[in-house]
Design a protein around this ligand. Structure first.
Ligand code: CMP
Length: 139
């Protein structure tokens, strides 16, 4: 299995509730290497752009306003089988369905305020990482 990359955000709920350090620790302990890291925020415009793929879905407007409601942490992570292993580590989108011990099971409150994002494909990981990080900010 070759090393590849995924993109994650620690979402406004988890940052506001003080879970940033614990979540980064879970990520690192599970074998992911941080190759880019940023404490930042999304404007409404930037959040609509990032989630454009969901435009038209019933939860889109709420998602955009939630994601621009406070600071986030964005990161690019490297590991063998990064996309699938990270999605296993974070658990199901709906924390009520997330397996015991997963990040969403431990830290998420609802399907919207679900603590973390994880890319769903190599292609999207590349697009999402480039959305937040310039070439100088990735290693
Ligand atoms: P994420 O995978 O980061 O990207 C899309 C987000 O939409 C998802 O996490 C959820 O936080 C959010 N969302 C809100 N409501 C829903 C819903 N009903 N179904 C799927 N995703 C939802």
């Amino acid at each position: 299995m070759t090393k590849n990359r995924t993109f994650t955000m620690i979402k406004p709920d988890a940052v506001a509730n003080g879970h940033t350090g614990a979540i980064l620790n879970d990520i690192i302990k599970n074998g992911f290497k941080l190759v880019a890291l940023k404490y930042t925020s999304l404007s409404g415009t930037k959040a609509s752009e990032f989630y454009a793929v969901h435009a038209g879905r019933p939860f889109y407007n709420d998602l955009v306003s939630f994601m621009s409601s406070g600071p986030i942490v964005a990161a690019i992570l490297e590991k063998n089988n990064a996309i699938d292993d990270f999605r296993t580590l974070i658990g199901a989108t709906d924390p009520a369905k997330a397996d015991e011990g997963t990040i969403r099971n431990k830290y998420a409150k609802s399907i919207e305020a679900n603590a973390v994002h994880g890319s769903d494909s190599d292609e999207n990981a590349e697009i999402e990482g480039n959305f937040f990080f310039s070439a100088f900010e990735r290693f």
